[in-house]
Design a binder for this molecule. Sequence first.
Ligand code: ATP
Ligand code: MG
Length: 256
Amino acid sequence: MTKIFCIANQKGGVGKTTTAVNLAAALANIKQRVLLVDLDPQGNATMGAGINKSGLTSSIYQVLLGMGDVKNIRQRSEAGQFDVLPANRDLAGAEVEMVELENRETRLKDALMKVADEYDFVLIDCPPALSMLTLNGLCAAHGVIIPMQCEYYALEGLSDLVNTIKIVHSKLNPDLKIIGLLRVMFDPRMMLSQQVSAQLEQHFGDKVFKSIIPRNVRLAEAPSFGVPGVNFDTASKGAQAYVEFGKELVTRIKNI
Ligand code: ATP
Ligand code: MG
């Protein structure tokens, strides 16, 4: 059955897009059929997958406003071997325009249902806000993957996100659960990283993925080449960590 996962954290710059793009590529490399949904007007996942956001004739904006179908608007990431529902700054307008529309929280879900059976995984890269766009992501998903940097303030924002997920679960989407927390940009030489990492394991137990993504410059360089880090430098520590994470996720969802 298709698994639809949001990559979400309302904090900015924590590694959501890097995780979404590299997880998509890692899953594609183990023969999974993947759709990457860019739900952020910044369009970083689109660019990271090698698709030029400035050249789009249509995007997820049309999908959310009911002016186009995913089937016609999705594109192929040759660099990643997965499909992409692309975004650009047009999407910022959708937030306001959707307020007037019916079923505004479930517009993404309704659109994805038409193609879901073509994929093993649909991964949704959320914007850094608990906004109407993120709400659409959470309503469409079976689960949430939360990338986290192991720093002091990371834990503060986490409770807001967990509360939002609880509310969406009880009021809008009973399927929704937290799949796991992923430690990213990890620097083992920093005492604080170790401490926060241990705290996370204490609080969240099995919900913390075993795979840890290190801080790795090759992952940061890859987007400017339009190639997922996993395929940009396969030997790098960052690429290998995302490959491991992809395998861990596949195993984990067999058990839920
Ligand atoms: P936003 O909230 O703006 O959407 P985000 O949560 O999607 O941000 P990213 O864009 O994935 O975060 O990452 C923020 C920055 O950190 C980027 O420049 C990215 O290249 C870099 N980065 C992400 N993960 C790593 C890593 N493991 N090692 C080194 N750099 C990283
Ligand atoms: Mg992002």
